[in-house]
Design a protein around this ligand. Structure first.
Ligand SMILES: [Zn+2]
Length: 99
């Protein structure tokens, strides 16, 4: 079982991993609807709770970032959540199973 296939883990893109690690979301400013995206990210982060970085992985395909919802390919970062999370508007990015 891959580390990001487990409950309590989520996959994020590199931008969001950097944002979580450094609280630096300046990359969102480049988004055409940055204020909406940032509001969505903040809501998602609140739902996810505290995130601890586990590892950087190569997913070997497409994945949805759990935080910004973007579809990305290849390298991702795995974060461990402190609790279960609700589906985001774009669906689960990780395992998303109920406990
Ligand atoms: Zn992201």
């Amino acid at each position: 079982m891959k580390s990001w296939d487990k409950p309590h883990t989520v996959l994020t893109c590199k931008d969001c991993a950097c944002g979580i690690a450094n609280d630096d979301w300046s990359h969102v400013d480049y988004h055409p609807s940055s204020s909406e995206v940032m509001a969505s990210i903040e809501a998602t982060l609140e739902t996810l709770g505290q995130l601890s970085h586990l590892e950087a992985v190569d997913v070997g395909g497409y994945y949805n970032c759990a935080v910004c919802g973007d579809v990305d390919i290849g390298s991702a970062d795995v974060f461990v959540t402190k609790g279960w999370f609700e589906p985001t508007p774009w669906g689960f990015s990780g395992p998303g199973e109920a406990p």
